[in-house]
Design a protein around this ligand. Structure first.
Ligand code: FAD
Length: 394
């Protein structure tokens, strides 16, 4: 098979998708808008067994645990009393791998290196702007005036997908949810040894989570509620100070360690959360949307990367099975949509539990959270234990 597939975006899904396609005989090239060295953006994200089991085919997972924190969690109330525990050790037995948190920049670095090592060309500074197709081929146009032609185009260009806009111009815009996922990195003398779990703290007036990586760096995160959608300039310049001041204020009566972490942060990241409108179709003609481009999800249950990775397995298997892209695209959406919608719903539910605290809900939460988590572990098997039914690889 010498059909060329154009993959737009070298984030998490793009390079792994290219590897899957190359394995089944496609000629693949990736086109990424950002420059080669520009992988700094983004904080850290969760990778759960369903995503890790896709990655492990192409990446030595030991690489990912060179700068990471474990995914186990311990929950504390505002008095510092442990009220629940979610230990991920059981996952190792059940799924062969265990949830971790890693820096997004490292994840993109490793998936790109794996693609490069397999001989896949990644073009940088190639911002997709438009396309046209006929009955033989598709042509993508880039902001630098260049163009490229292929058999099909698979769009892994993320939440703000330009391909999606071109494909379905009448789809409503992304909706700002008034929540900004924030996180940061700090060095704190009292917290220089790696921790076995993420400390999830329901403080007196707000939630604050932190862990310590294998390198002795504190990684923290929480949600910041902001009525007005931040402008890109604000995210770049002033939002960090605004978040830092807000956190210092709401945690002033909590464990003094929180204030120290906030004060000592050498990097603070803000990632506004959007609701992506449900699309009627994920494909049109020779183009199909993959990962966040098709179904962006809030980061509350750490499934954005893992779902995008699952997508790469499914679309590659279907293209192999059907030979023709039309049924492959159709079955791809049919296979994936109900699952991702269910996960998106769960993410929203979890997001709602990290909202502002009031004494009555806090009283109930402190007593019920242990039971809730036990139930959740059983319920999460449908997410973590994912295996694509058509999968038949040697
Ligand atoms: C800069 C950034 C920071 C992020 N930070 C976080 C975070 O802190 N926490 C979290 O949970 N999730 C974060 N995410 C989202 C998370 O990475 C995704 O949910 C997950 O990786 C899904 O993978 P994906 O491949 O579908 O999309 P992404 O990993 O988002 O990859 C999309 C890729 O497409 C490229 N691209 C975009 N537009 C074009 C274009 N017009 N032409 C060519 N290429 C294009 C982007 O530069 C990017 O490399 C971030 C994403 C980005 C892009």
């Amino acid at each position: 098979m010498d059909k060329k597939v154009l993959v737009i975006g070298a984030g998490v899904a793009g390079p792994i998708l290219a590897l899957q396609l190359k394995k089944i005989g496609f000629d693949v090239e990736i086109f990424e808008a950002r420059s080669e060295g520009n992988t700094k953006e983004g904080a850290f994200l969760g990778l759960t067994p369903n995503g890790l089991n896709v990655l492990k085919e192409f990446i030595d997972l030991k690489l990912l645990t060179k700068d990471y924190t474990p995914g186990s969690m311990k929950f504390f109330n505002s008095k510092g009393k442990q009220i629940a525990k979610l230990d991920t050790a059981y996952q190792k037995q059940q799924y062969g791998v265990e949830t971790i948190q890693i820096k997004r920049a490292n994840l993109t670095k490793y998936v790109r290196l794996a693609a490069k090592a397999a001989g896949i060309k990644i073009w940088y500074d190639k911002k997709f702007i438009s396309y046209h197709e006929d009955n033989k081929q598709i042509t993508a146009n880039f902001a630098d005036g260049t163009m490229v032609t292929g058999y099909i185009m698979l769009a892994c260009d993320g939440m703000f997908s330009e391909v999606r806009k071109q494909l379905f111009p009448n789809t409503s815009a992304l909706k700002y949810t008034k929540v900004i996922s924030t996180g940061g990195y700090a060095n704190v003398a009292e917290l220089s040894e790696p921790l076995d779990s993420i400390r999830m703290n329901f403080g007196e007036r707000g939630f604050f989570a932190y862990s310590v990586s294998d390198k002795g760096e504190v990684w923290w995160f929480n949600n910041y509620f902001r009525e007005q959608e931040p402008k890109p300039k604000e995210i770049e310049k002033t939002l960090n100070t605004e978040i830092q001041a807000y956190l210092a204020d709401i945690h002033q009566h909590d464990d003094p360690l929180f204030s120290k972490i906030i004060k000592n942060s050498h990097q603070i990241l803000a990632y506004p959360i959007y609701d992506v409108p449900k699309l009627l179709h994920w494909y049109k003609g020779r183009v199909c949307l993959i990962g966040d481009a098709a179904h962006g999800i809030s980061p509350h249950i750490g499934q954005g990367a893992s779902l995008a990775l699952e997508d790469t397995v499914v679309i590659a298997e279907l293209l192999k099975l059907h030979k023709d892209y039309r049924p492959a695209f159709q079955f791809f959406q049919r296979e994936r949509q109900s699952r991702v919608e269910r996960v998106i719903k769960s993410a929203r539910k979890v997001g709602n539990t990290k909202t502002k605290t009031n004494p009555v809900t806090a009283w109930f939460r402190d007593r019920l959270i242990g039971l809730f988590i036990k139930k959740q572990i059983k319920q999460l098997d449908w997410i973590y234990g994912w295996i694509f039914p058509l999968k038949n690889r040697n």
